[in-house]
Design a protein around this ligand. Structure first.
Ligand code: IPD
Ligand code: CA
Ligand code: CA
Length: 264
């Protein structure tokens, strides 16, 4: 029942994305210079919440656009109605609906859906991660120098030691491919599917990371903060890898690394 509602909710959001994509939708600016929200973000979130409320009227909800609905329940649905809104607004078909279900403060189920690629990611705690119903696993790469990575940058740049551009420069100067897709939820799902060996980002919110976090861990990967502590969706820094390059990535992020360049 929980799984059916989750899948129904994610598909309802995806339908709204397709309805508005490349049409004449209204756009507003949020905090930060290019942090957009469109009519489609609101329509997707409304469609998702309608499905959840119909099936579970007493569950808590945390939606990016509508905020928190606090109730006396151990369940909380964490919703990003469009992850990758800037892509959406520019007609770039790399964005998705991302929903996670938290039970007693633990993420237990998640779904991420990109309606353009028709890619539906699903994960359940202890039961694995799936792409269009087929099990997925993280990659086997064990050296950062040979990895294919992905990252994202916040709308409001954060100046700090080992900030987003410093780490990016360090990797790129070594010739390591670091992609920037513009959707953290997709980035995480693609780590889970073994397309990327690792993902890091400095400033994410729970709706960006919650679903993708479960996808990566259920696909055999590892997710922590920048110090290697167990990940909580309520803190901002995310490092998600296949597990094998995790410690080396932590060293890169904390400026302690020595490159291991041997091919084996
Ligand atoms: C953003 C995307 C992007 C990441 C930003 C997020 P939004 O979410 O996930 O990849 O770099 O930090 O805010 O605003 O498109 O839902
Ligand atoms: Ca987001
Ligand atoms: Ca969003």
């Amino acid at each position: 029942m929980l799984k059916n509602t989750l899948c129904e909710a994610v598909l309802a959001g995806g339908r709204e994305i397709l309805r508005f994509f490349q049409s004449d939708f209204a756009i507003r600016h949020k905090e930060g210079i290019n942090n957009l929200v469109t009519e489609a973000d609101h329509a997707s979130e409304k469609a998702i919440i309608d499905v959840i409320r119909r099936n579970y009227p007493d569950h808590q909800i945390l939606g990016e656009e509508s905020g928190e609905i606090i109730q006396d329940s151990r369940y909380k649905w964490i919703i990003d109605p469009i992850d990758g809104t800037v892509n959406f607004a520019n007609g770039i078909p790399i964005h998705c609906v991302s929903i996670a279900i938290e039970y007693e403060k633990e993420i237990i189920m998640a779904a991420v859906y990109n309606p353009h690629l028709n890619e539906f990611f699903f994960a359940e705690k202890g039961k694995g991660a799936f792409l269009n119903d087929k099990p997925i696993r993280v990659s086997n790469q064990n050296k950062v120098i040979h990895s294919c990575l992905v990252t994202g940058f916040p709308y409001t740049y954060i100046n700090m030691p080992n900030g987003p551009l410093e780490i990016f420069a360090k990797l790129v100067r070594k010739g390591i491919p670091v992609r920037r897709l513009g959707s953290a939820a997709i980035d995480l799902c693609w780590v889970a599917a073994g397309r990327f060996d690792g993902f890091y980002e400095h400033k994410l919110e729970p709706w960006d990371s919650a679903a993708g976090f479960l996808m990566v861990t259920e696909a055999g990967g590892k997710v922590t903060d920048h110090q290697g502590n167990p990940f909580s969706v309520y803190q901002h820094f995310v490092l998600a890898t296949n597990g094998k390059i995790h410690d080396e990535m932590l060293d890169v992020i904390n400026n302690k690394n020595q490159w291991h360049e041997s091919p084996n």
